[in-house]
Design a protein around this ligand. Sequence first.
Ligand SMILES: Nc1ncnc2c1ncn2[C@@H]1O[C@H](COP(=O)(O)OP(=O)(O)OP(=O)(O)O)[C@@H](O)[C@H]1O
Ligand SMILES: [Mg+2]
Length: 275
Amino acid sequence: MDQRRKARVSTRSSPRVRRSSVRLKACERHLERERRVLQARKLSAIAALAGGFAHDFNNMLAAINGFTELALDDIPADSPARENLTEVFAGVKKARHLVDQIHAIGSRNRRGFKTVSLSRLLEDRLSHLRTRFPSTVQLQTNVCSAVPTQNPDFPITANPDEIGLVIEHLVQNGFEALPASGGRITIELRYPGSGQIELSVKDTGSGIAPQVMEHLFEPFFTTRQKARGLGLAMCHGIVDKHRGSISVQSQLGHGTCVKICLPQEDAANNGSATK
Ligand SMILES: Nc1ncnc2c1ncn2[C@@H]1O[C@H](COP(=O)(O)OP(=O)(O)OP(=O)(O)O)[C@@H](O)[C@H]1O
Ligand SMILES: [Mg+2]
């Protein structure tokens, strides 16, 4: 076909091609929306299961602990059973730690909520985290509150222990994704508008494969050896309880950015932000 005919054919078919591509894009958007709705339903079912399980299991652990204490009171000091019962205590302690993590996935309890300065909480947690990592890991912070009307405290209503845990988990995940030669983790705080505060943790690590991405927030999902796979499930549960949202963007081989959006504390309370 000569060049002129080719050009004529392509111009003639282009409106149809354009219509198909518009339809295809609409279809893709619809599928993406459906995927998000299904994902949200799945995570909320998991959260309900985790919350109920943790509550009942904690009661059982309390009974095991209590009866072990009574048994220890009843047996003589030189009894060989004493050592075995001490092992029961150690087992209960480990089980409690695991149940606490599962509880965080499904708990909706807003106990310990108060006005918190997210910038100060971040500073505090990072000073601990810095000591954990080798010098090949750069830990950078970027607190963007250049506009004078924006509160540099980044006030939120939160349980500081829980939000502190989220920060630690995300930075730890970033660290674990870095190669042995090291890399950079950047933690940024900013006001994206609409009464929100955004905290992002970005690493220059391995990135996440699409097939892993789908399962990120599921409890006990892990690609790491000797890990439990509870970190992101817990972060999701905690952020959800704080009426926030969490999203992950990643490029395989280039790194990952996890963003958390939390509602900004009511303007009326801004002056009294404390950690
Ligand atoms: N920043 C990241 N870069 C690359 N992969 C990540 C990152 N964060 C999470 N992942 C992937 O998501 C999986 C689940 O993460 P999650 O924090 O829930 O569990 P974990 O880190 O494997 O175990 P745990 O947090 O219980 O020690 C990880 O195993 C890893 O494959
Ligand atoms: Mg983790």
